[in-house]
Ligand binder design. Structure first.
Ligand code: SF4
Length: 322
């Protein structure tokens, strides 16, 4: 695997024609060591930290089987309309002070529209003026004009997960399609924004599905790949899915790094399944993470513990003033 890592560093790229089974059968330590070399070469030691605020929660008309916020599922998730601009901007300031690189408003639903979209634009304009932080958005199936307006308002990155492989997608959602997701990602790219797209593992997919997802993201040319490990939620159709092991998560993180050498490989949900919130994953190809916990002082504690853990393994985060 170290030889393959060196080839990738010298310019080789993995595609569908390659024998991808090597990523399933390789010795895990060798695989992770090679992934760490590739990360070091292309991304370096800086870890990209992002945090999100749940801008509109619950009552979603889509039927994503993993999601607490789908109206099809019977969960106790928080339900609220679009947050006030003040709450969003306050959260942005907190994250800026804690040395987070990116801050995103994430909204449930097929797409954010109308007055709520206008309110989001105003919040972004204000954050752009007041805060030294990259702004991101995750608002579903937006059209070209909406993406352009977000971009103009200061949003540099748009997040839209493909979630899983094209083959497995109908097993986890039937109210929209994988191809609609790809169309949205193409619009984000055409707008010239940083593209953030990944998915969730542990939803009953095979290793071939995970490999297919990694190659599909490489074909699109995404900049950032959030990898979520499913934390099964009671009241969703996936509530009884077995928990992933740390080995499975590390192997997935590592293979995504070989196949997407220049991208940020971003740890997302499920870090609780990993030793010390992901220490080994950061040595297996991961270069970024979602941190914090929205608008609470506990969020600061989480960001700080992440920064401490990363410093201990020799990685750098954005400097904090004072
Ligand atoms: S579209 Fe988003 S919020 Fe709605 S059910 Fe799917 S994942 Fe959940």
């Amino acid at each position: 695997m170290l030889k393959l890592a060196e080839e990738i560093i010298k310019g080789r790229r993995i595609n569908r024609e390659d024998d991808l089974s090597v990523f399933i059968t390789a010795d895990l330590n060798d695989l992770c060591q090679g992934a760490d070399r590739i990360r070091e070469h292309f991304v370096g030691d800086k870890v990209d930290l992002c945090s999100i605020i749940n801008g509109r929660s619950g009552k979603c008309p889509e039927d994503c089987k993993y999601c607490a916020q789908s109206a099809y599922n019977n969960t106790n998730c928080e339900v609220h309309d679009f947050l006030s601009q003040e709450d969003i901007i306050e959260a942005c300031h907190i994250n800026e002070r804690e040395g987070v690189d990116r801050f995103s408003i994430v909204t449930a639903g097929r797409a954010l529209n109308g007055e709520e979209f206008e309110s989001a634009i105003k919040a972004y304009e204000k954050m752009k003026k007041e805060c030294d932080i990259e702004l991101c958005a995750s608002m579903g199936f937006l059209d070209e004009e909406q993406l352009h307006r977000l971009h103009e308002a200061g949003v540099s990155s748009y997040h839209h997960n493909i979630e899983t492989s094209k083959r497995n997608f109908p097993n986890i959602c039937t109210t929209h399609t994988y191809d609609q997701k790809i169309e949205t990602l193409k619009k984000v790219k055409a707008e010239g924004m940083y593209v953030c797209s990944g998915g969730i593992i542990g939803m009953g997919e095979t290793w071939e599905d995970r490999l297919d997802m990694a190659v599909s993201l490489a074909e699109i040319g995404v900049d950032s790949i959030p990898i979520n490990a499913l934390m099964p939620i009671k009241g969703t159709p996936l509530e009884n899915e077995p928990r992933l092991t740390e080995e499975e998560i590390l192997r997935t993180v590592a293979l995504f790094r070989y196949i997407n050498p220049e991208a940020e490989i971003r740890l997302a949900a499920g870090r609780a399944l990993l030793t010390n919130d992901g220490e080994k994953a950061f040595k297996s190809g991961a270069s970024a993470t979602i941190t914090g916990n929205m608008l609470t002082t506990a969020a600061c504690a989480t960001i700080r513990s992440d920064r401490d853990m990363l410093a201990k393994i020799g990685r750098r985060c954005k400097k904090i003033e004072n």
